[in-house]
Ligand binder design. Sequence first.
Ligand code: SF4
Ligand code: SF4
Length: 319
Amino acid sequence: MQIPPPQNGLVTLIDQRHKEVAGRKPRPHMGASTLGHPCDRWLWLSFRWAVIEEFEGRILRLFRRGNNEEATILADLELAGVKVETTQAHFTFGGHVSGSADAIVSNVPEAPKTRHIAEFKTHSEKSFNGVAKDGVRKAKPEHWVQMQVYMHGAGLDRALYVAVNKNDDTYHIERIHYDKDAAEAAIERGRRISEADRMPEPVAGASPAWYQCKFCPALTFCHETKLTREVNCRTCAHSTAQSDGFWHCGVWNDAIPVPAQRLGCTSHVIHPDLTPWQPVDSPDGVIGVWEIDGKVEMNGDPEAGGRTSFDLINSQAPF
Ligand code: SF4
Ligand code: SF4
């Protein structure tokens, strides 16, 4: 009996399962790993779950490889005599900003008594060569900012950045000094953007062809439709991200737990910065009213005479 040829369908099935397992669950907090991103608008849109970045199964498997690498790097550090004090050190910075460093280590050969935040990153050949040549601050400013924020959270003034080339396992290891001003500015920026009611301005130079926009998940939103596709409490005009880290609903006058935020309710009204439509005065402050293509549309609970946000969004040309 002949063995059937390999089925590409199997790869498709594996990747489909990865997508299903990952689901569409954006993180609830503004993570330290995002604070070095150059665009305020992207930070706001992603924190508001207004544009949800989706990954192919292959990319999800690549993330898994990066995560799995952490154990290998820790083992190598210990092999060289570095003491791993803790892994996944979690820090909160007030409001909605938080993050977790990969580890806190000591007995680093160059400074045995100094405790370090440790951050591990796998790189493609090109990315690795950039870091090895120019250092993390210049080549990967997001990683540098992330470590500044972790050092601030831990009260430490050194970080150990471990970069691995995925092609050939070459290591590049750098010790980073704490920069108080940079750390505090990044945290303040995260708090300001996460608590902002209105959408911030786009990154300088924004256009469909601009390199920072070209590969941004919000490209279509920013430069074509101006309309969110997401219906959840964070895209609702009635929600507020409070400075105590909670979300509040103005309709129900209550805090909204994260699982409920993901679902929203039938009273959802699209946030005015997430539609291209002209707002019209609401009769009761609960129903939203829009002028869409010259027609007045009520947006909100159907029992109160509105059209749901799902319905309004889906009634637009497919995008
Ligand atoms: S498309 Fe450009 S302006 Fe819009 S969020 Fe992305 S980087 Fe910012
Ligand atoms: S009205 Fe509904 S969708 Fe809007 S914030 Fe309140 S609970 Fe969420």
